[in-house]
Design a protein around this ligand. Structure first.
Ligand SMILES: *Cc1c(COP(=O)(O)O)cnc(C)c1O
Length: 368
């Protein structure tokens, strides 16, 4: 069986360095807000080309805390509208909701699956204060288009980089150093993943970084003095240590993912399987390789019979989830169609050429 994601194989090369970090930590007796977190924050900010990085407990918190911190600084207020993609993992929308702001859903570009600046422009009202875009599946949104839109309307621009660690624009700017603030997740299966939960926020804004460092730790800049009604959302020392070991190989890992994507794109030839758009550059880190197929249930069953595990990202669009029943009568036909047709093929830095070729052969032999 070719697994969709072989986490054991991804983490195996780090076994010894992980063990060493655990020993050091047990010996040090200091397991929260310590040296590893500080070092990771510095190294990850440097990697992204951002001035600050603040570690938090997970990606959802990263999204929520950016918005909460801007509220504390008086730049956002309860009920402000935030444009978010209708075609995303639900976390982006939940983050806006949990911060007490109003998510306004925007349809994606049909080709890239990402937020369309022109459709975003149509959704702007007098109450719109920010755009929170997502680089879905690892491909950067049209950041130039969204930056222009944000500037023209005086909006803050944020990005959810949970799937796009290391993706960069043609001008060399990396995700994490493009928007006003960026939210990262280090959930185990992401391109940079912990052995557990983790997240971070990057920004060039000194005031915001300072507010976030306090907000994630009970709103406290100084022990037992609380400036904000904050939360407990810290990236612990152990996860920070693990991430430091893995960050060193992130660019190589992304290059391997791109190589597999190129093989898929040149090798898969089947009229029933629609391949994703790829510019060929470094703006895509292929967290996922997602094809579109009209009758996907049959295809998934066929792949399964051939020993290939596939997944769906995602089967139900956020506005059709029971959790958001207030949106159930809204219509986002582009997103709904994407959600009906997408299938994710296996892709990871540890996938062998042999497996990739086998997957291509199996797909090319698929007949409807
Ligand atoms: C994984 C993911 C998140 C949430 O990250 P967690 O660390 O699981 O909270 C948010 N947005 C997107 C697009 C994601 O893929």
């Amino acid at each position: 069986m070719i697994k969709f994601l072989d986490l054991q194989a991804i983490n195996e090369p780090y076994r010894e360095s992980f063990h060493r970090s655990v020993d050091e930590l047990v010996n040090s007796g200091w397991v929260l807000l310590g040296k590893n977190l500080e070092s990771f924050e510095r190294e990850f900010a440097e990697y992204c080309g951002a001035k600050h990085c603040v570690g938090v407990a997970n990606g959802l918190d990263a999204i929520t805390i950016i918005l909460q911190a801007y509220k504390q600084l008086g730049k956002l207020k309860e009920g402000d509208e935030v444009l978010v993609p209708s075609n995303t993992y639900i976390a982006t929308i939940l983050g806006v909701y949990h911060a007490g702001l109003k998510p306004v859903l925007v349809e994606p570009d049909v080709e890239t699956f990402n937020m369309s600046p022109s459709l975003a422009a149509e959704a702007i009202t007098a109450n719109t204060k920010a755009i929170f875009t997502v680089h879905l599946y690892g491909q950067l949104s049209d950041m130039q288009g969204l930056q222009k839109l944000a500037e023209d309307h005086g909006l803050l621009l944020f990005d959810d980089v949970a799937q796009a660690h290391g993706a960069q624009m043609d001008n060399g700017r990396k995700a994490g150093a493009i928007a006003d603030a960026s939210a990262f997740s280090f959930y185990p299966g992401k391109n940079l993943g912990c052995i557990g939960d983790g997240g971070a926020i990057t920004t060039d804004d000194d005031e915001l970084a300072s507010a976030i460092s306090a907000y994630r730790n009970y709103g406290s800049h100084k022990k037992y003095y609380n400036l904000y009604k904050g939360v407990n959302s810290r990236l612990d020392e152990l996860q920070a240590a693990f991430l430091r070991h893995k960050l060193v190989n992130l660019d190589d890992d992304n290059a391997k993912r791109r190589e597999i994507a190129r093989q898929y794109l040149s090798g898969i030839r089947n009229e029933h399987v629609q391949l994703p758009f790829y510019s060929g550059g470094e703006d895509h880190v292929f967290h996922l390789f997602v094809v579109k197929i009209k009758d996907r249930d049959r295809f998934i069953e066929y792949m399964n019979d051939k020993g290939i595990q596939t997944l769906i990202h995602y089967p139900v669009p956020p506005h059709k989830q029971e959790a958001f029943s207030e949106m159930k009568d809204m219509s986002f036909p582009i997103s709904e169609r994407i959600h009906r047709e997408v299938v994710s093929l296996p892709i990871s830095p540890v996938q062998t050429m042999q497996d990739t070729n086998y997957i291509i052969d199996v797909i090319n032999s698929y007949i409807v």
